[in-house]
Write a protein that binds this ligand. Structure first.
Ligand code: F6P
Length: 545
C-alpha cells in the first residue's frame, strides 16, 4: 500500500466521487459554474467547468496535492534538485527558456549562461543558413534541411514546426527522418539536391541505433550524389550531449550544438534540438516560443494551487484515472496546424508517467499514466467520437482551439468553433431516453420500434472535457501550451511519487533488439530463444533479400 492512497483526502475523495451528481445537474444548480471553473494564464483560457466536480471535489483534489507536498516538489524541480533519482540528474528543461538575466545554479555553475551561449551559436548558424552565406560544396546556398532524430529529438522539432507553419521563412524547406525503415529516408531524399541540402543529426545520447543508421545512410547518399568526405562539414551538423562521440563520428567540432544531461529527450525542443524550428521560423520567433514557455513556468512556480492551470489539469487527469478508472485521455486539437500535438503529448506523458513503482521502488497500488491519444478536430468526429459519446469507456477529453484562424475564410472558422463547443456540450449533457423518444415523435415508426430506437439513441453524458482557448496560435501561445502540458505531466508524477524523468522501460527492447539483430544475420537459424522469436527470426532469414 502506498501512503498516497491511505491519506484522508484520498479516501474522502473516493467516497465523494461516488456520490457526485451528473454534470447536467451541477450546471442546472449553479449558473455561475463557467465563471468560477475557468481560469486564464499566459495567453491561454481554460474552461474546466465540464468536469465531474463541484466545489468540494476541487477542495479535496487540492488537499490530495497538499498531502503529496506538491508545492515543495515544484520548487525542488526549479531549484535543480536531483529529482530524477535513478539517473542522478536534475530536471531543468525550464532553464532552456529562462530569461538571460535569470540565474539557475547547478553544481556551482549558472547554467543559464551556457544555455544563452548555445542560443547565440544557434543564432549565428540560423543567420548564416537563412541569409545564404552558408554555402554547400558547390558554392550554392542551402535550400533544404533534413532533420534526423527520433523520439524527443524528432517529435518536438517536427510538431512545433508544423504548428508554426504560418511563421516559416520563405527560403527553407525542412524534412524529418526518424524511423529506421529505409523507406522513410529514401522517400525524403529522393527529390533533394545534395549540393543544397544540410543534415541536422539530433541525438542527446548519440547512441540511438535508428539515428546513427539514418545518418550513415545520409552520408552515403551525399557521397553518391557527388559530395566528398571533405565536404561533409558543410552539410552535416549535430545536436548532442555526447560531443566526443559526435566528433568521433566525423562531425566537425564547430558544427556541434551541445545539450545537457539535465534535459530529458521528451523535454528538449527548447534546446538546440529545436534548431530545425529556429531555421524555419527564425530566431526571434524561436525566442518567442521560449518566452511563452517561460511565462508558463513562472505561472506554475508562483501561483497558488487553486488558480494554477497545470495543477488543475493534472489533478483532473488523476481524478479520472484513479477514481473513475479511465484508462486513456484524448487530446482533440480543433486547429489543423496543431494536428501533431497529440502525438507529441503521447511521448511527453506516456514516457514520463508510464511507470509502476514509486521513487523508493515500491509497487504502486493505483493506476498511473493513461494512454494519450487524439487527433484533429473536426476529423475525429467522423472517426472515434461515436465511442466517446456512447462507448462503455470513460475517456476524458481536452479540446484545444484558437479563437482566430490564420486563414479566415468564409464560414470555416465559425463552423469549426461550433463543432468544438457542440461536442463538449453533447459529451456533458448526453441525451436521455425521454429526449430520444421525443425526437422520434413525428417518425412513422410503430411505438415499440420507437422505444427500441430511442434506447439506441440514449447518450449517458457526464463525459468530462477541458476546453483550452487562445486568441491566436503564435510562437508565444504555443510555448505556453506545451509547457502547460509538461507541468501537467509533472503534477501527476509528483503526486504519484513516481520518477517521471527516466525511461528504463525502453531499454530492454533496445537490448533484446540488438541480440535479435545478431541472430537475423547469423550463419544458422535461431533456436535458443522462445519458439515465437525463433520462428519469426527464421522466417525473416528465409525471405530476406
Ligand atoms: O525513447 C527513448 C529515448 O531515449 C527518448 O527518451 C529519446 O527522446 C529518444 O529515445 C531519442 O534519444 P536520443 O536523443 O538520445 O537519440
Amino acid at each position: 500500500m502506498t501512503e498516497l492512497t491511505q491519506g484522508t483526502a484520498w479516501k474522502t475523495l473516493k467516497a465523494h466521487t461516488e456520490g457526485l451528481a451528473h454534470m447536467r445537474t451541477l450546471f442546472e444548480s449553479d449558473t455561475q459554474r463557467f465563471d468560477h471553473m475557468s481560469t486564464s494564464a499566459c495567453g491561454l483560457f481554460l474552461d474546466y467547468s465540464k468536469n465531474r466536480a463541484d466545489k468540494e471535489t476541487m477542495s479535496l483534489l487540492f488537499s490530495v496535492a497538499e498531502d503529496a507536498q506538491l508545492e515543495s516538489k515544484i520548487k525542488a524541480m526549479f531549484n535543480g534538485e536531483m529529482i530524477n533519482t535513478t539517473e542522478k540528474r536534475a530536471v531543468l528543461h525550464t532553464a532552456l527558456r529562462a530569461k538571460p538575466e535569470q540565474e539557475i545554479m547547478l553544481n556551482g555553475v549558472n547554467i543559464v549562461q551556457e544555455v544563452q551561449e548555445t542560443q547565440q551559436q544557434m543564432e549565428l548558424f540560423v543567420d548564416a543558413v537563412s541569409s545564404g552565406n552558408w554555402k554547400g560544396y558547390t558554392g550554392k546556398k542551402i535550400t533544404d534541411i533534413v532533420s534526423i532524430g527520433i523520439g524527443g529529438s524528432f517529435l518536438g522539432p517536427k510538431i512545433v514546426s508544423q504548428a508554426l507553419r504560418p511563421y516559416w521563412s520563405k527560403q527553407l524547406n525542412c524534412h524529418f527522418v526518424a524511423n529506421v525503415d529505409a523507406s522513410s529516408i529514401v522517400e525524403k531524399l529522393k527529390p533533394l539536391n545534395a549540393e543544397t541540402t544540410l543534415f541536422i543529426m539530433s541525438s542527446k545520447s548519440f547512441g540511438t541505433q535508428e539515428t546513427l543508421t539514418n545518418t550513415l545512410s545520409a552520408k552515403d547518399w551525399f557521397i553518391e550524389q557527388g559530395g566528398s568526405q571533405a565536404d561533409v562539414a558543410k552539410h552535416f551538423v549535430a545536436v548532442t550531449s555526447n560531443v566526443a562521440k559526435a566528433t568521433e563520428f566525423g562531425i566537425d567540432a564547430d558544427n556541434i550544438f551541445p545539450m545537457w544531461d539535465w534535459v530529458g529527450g521528451r523535454y528538449s525542443l527548447w534546446s538546440a534540438i529545436g534548431l530545425p524550428i529556429a531555421l524555419l521560423i527564425g530566431m526571434d520567433n524561436f525566442r518567442a516560443l521560449l518566452s511563452g514557455a517561460n511565462e508558463m513556468d513562472q505561472h506554475f512556480a508562483n501561483t497558488p494551487l487553486s488558480e494554477n492551470m497545470p495543477v488543475i489539469m493534472g489533478l483532473f487527469s488523476l481524478l479520472y484515472g484513479n477514481f473513475h478508472d479511465a484508462q486513456s485521455h484524448v487530446v482533440l486539437t480543433y486547429d489543423h496546424y496543431l494536428r501533431g500535438l497529440p502525438a507529441y503529448f503521447q511521448q511527453l506523458d506516456m514516457e514520463s508517467n508510464g511507470k509502476s513503482v514509486t521513487l523508493d521502488g515500491t509497487e504502486v497500488d493505483h493506476s498511473t499514466g493513461p494512454v494519450i491519444w487524439g487527433g484533429e478536430g473536426t476529423n475525429g468526429q467522423h472517426a472515434y467520437h461515436q465511442l466517446l459519446h456512447q462507448g462503455t469507456a470513460l475517456i476524458p477529453a481536452d479540446f484545444i482551439m484558437p479563437l482566430q484562424s490564420h486563414n479566415p475564410l468564409g464560414e470555416h472558422h465559425v463552423q469549426l468553433a461550433s463543432n468544438c463547443f457542440g461536442q463538449t456540450q453533447a459529451l456533458m449533457q448526453g441525451r436521455s431516453y425521454e429526449e430520444a423518444l421525443k425526437e422520434l415523435a413525428d417518425s412513422k415508426l410503430a411505438a415499440d420500434e420507437k422505444s427500441v430506437i430511442a434506447k439506441h439513441k440514449v447518450m449517458q453524458g457526464n463525459k468530462p472535457s477541458n476546453t483550452i482557448l487562445m486568441d491566436k496560435l503564435t510562437p508565444q501561445t504555443l510555448g505556453a501550451l506545451i509547457a502547460l502540458y509538461e507541468h501537467r505531466t509533472f503534477v501527476q508524477g509528483a503526486i504519484w511519487q513516481i520518477n517521471s524523468f527516466d525511461q528504463w522501460g525502453v531499454e530492454l527492447g533496445k537490448t533484446l533488439g540488438n541480440d535479435v539483430l545478431d541472430r537475423l544475420s547469423a550463419e544458422n537459424d535461431a533456436t535458443e530463444l522462445d519458439c515465437s522469436s525463433n520462428g519469426l527470426i527464421n522466417m525473416f532469414r528465409q525471405k530476406k533479400i
